[in-house]
Design a binder for this molecule. Structure first.
Ligand code: UT7
Length: 330
């Protein structure tokens, strides 16, 4: 019998309706379109407003429903729902459990997976491991984040970067050797000094003081994170190519986390890849944290061909980072 690999067999995506442009941010903080565009590559991002829906689950449900409808999938056949997110609806109650119920995945178990901007990358490894082991046949992996819920819109160093969105992929067994081939995943706890939300967790529970000190918003030492991200994301992508004897010509697409166009360019450079092979939608959505990778697949799905070699790469809070090598299956 052929070895079982874990292939992506369907993709879905969703971004909220409200478009927040660089121009709008100019009226909110001391910034300008030119600075944001040249330093990050971002032109606009989406924000989930209350009149449309609430919570990360709303975004995840929409992305999952998009996948289910496109694929014609019976949600009762889904075995496991993973929600990769840094902004769960609430602590303690699983966001994934709610999403699974709402989409009709009544026979699935479900849980959240949190590794900041690398949540989806790590989630691919988790989903694939269940499939490769023969334990489950249909694993739905959703990357969803409502970053606007933890952004301080008076802080120009973070509010220009992040946006809301969600993407979903279905992993199924494959016997043609397609799907996830290899992974190179890393973490380093030094990162929690540079990218974090100070309060609201067990270390510093919510209090009047933490609210007054604006400690429930994301904080980033951008310059330090940038340095770590540039070297580690590029290094992980190079490692995965080397380990699998991939030359630049063998790689059809780089699927990079959308944190900063300059980080993406540096990674592509290190891999020797032409711009035409680099998936990019940061200009439209900014950094949607766990949703960047599946949203890229959603936007580029029509250009993908069976057998294409894809290299995924991400870097995020923690620090967490890595690269996955996957063969496209349809
Ligand atoms: O996804 C999770 C991982 N996150 C990342 O990978 C993000 C990594 N970091 C970055 O992408 C970049 O560091 C930023 C986009 C956050 C910032 O870009 P930078 O080129 O590193 O800028 P900087 O922080 O070094 O600041 C340069 C200047 C500073 O002014 P001075 O000190 O040179 O006078 C800032 O005060 O730009 C100023 N600045 C701004 N100016 C206009 C900072 N933010 C803004 C702003 N608009 N929004």
């Amino acid at each position: 019998m052929n070895k079982i690999t874990a292939a992506i067999t369907a993709v879905g995506g969703y971004v909220p309706n409200f478009v927040m442009t660089n121009k709008m941010l100019e009226d909110m903080v001391d910034t300008n379109d030119e600075w944001i565009t040249t330093r990050t590559g971002i032109k606009e991002r989406r924000v989930l407003k209350e009149d449309e829906g609430e919570g990360t689950s709303y975004l995840g449900i929409k992305a999952a429903e998009n996948l289910i409808n496109k694929k014609g999938l019976n949600p009762e056949e889904i075995d496991l729902v993973l929600v990769a997110t840094a902004t769960p609806d609430m602590f303690v109650a699983s966001t994934a459990a709610f999403v699974a119920s709402e989409i009709g995945a009544v026979n699935a178990f479900s849980y959240d997976l949190h590794a900041a901007c690398s949540s989806f990358l790590y989630g691919m490894s988790t989903a694939a491991a269940y499939i490769e082991a023969g334990r489950y046949k249909k694993v739905l992996l959703i990357g969803a984040d409502k970053m606007s819920s933890i952004i301080d819109y008076t802080d120009r160093t973070t509010c220009i970067i992040f946006g809301d969105g969600a993407g979903a992929v279905l992993f199924e067994p494959n016997t043609e050797g397609l799907g996830l081939q290899d992974e190179y995943l890393r973490s380093d706890g030094v990162g929690r000094n540079y990218l974090k939300m100070d309060a609201g967790g067990s270390l510093l529970p919510a209090s009047v003081e933490t609210v007054q000190n604006r400690q429930h918003f994301i904080y980033q030492d951008g310059r330090s994170v940038f340095k770590f991200a540039v070297s580690n994301m590029a290094d992980a992508a190079a490692q995965i190519m080397q380990r699998n004897n991939l030359e630049d010509n063998d790689v059809a697409w780089l699927v990079p986390h959308q944190a900063n166009k300059r980080i993406i360019d540096a990674t592509a450079n290190r891999m020797g890849l032409d711009n035409s092979k680099v998936m990019m939608n940061i200009q439209n959505y900014g950094n949607t944290t766990s949703a960047t990778l599946p949203l890229l697949l959603h936007d580029y799905e029509s250009q993908l061909k069976k057998g294409d070699n894809l290299v995924f790469a991400a870097f995020g809070g923690g620090f967490t980072w890595g690269a996955n090598y996957l063969k496209w299956a349809y």
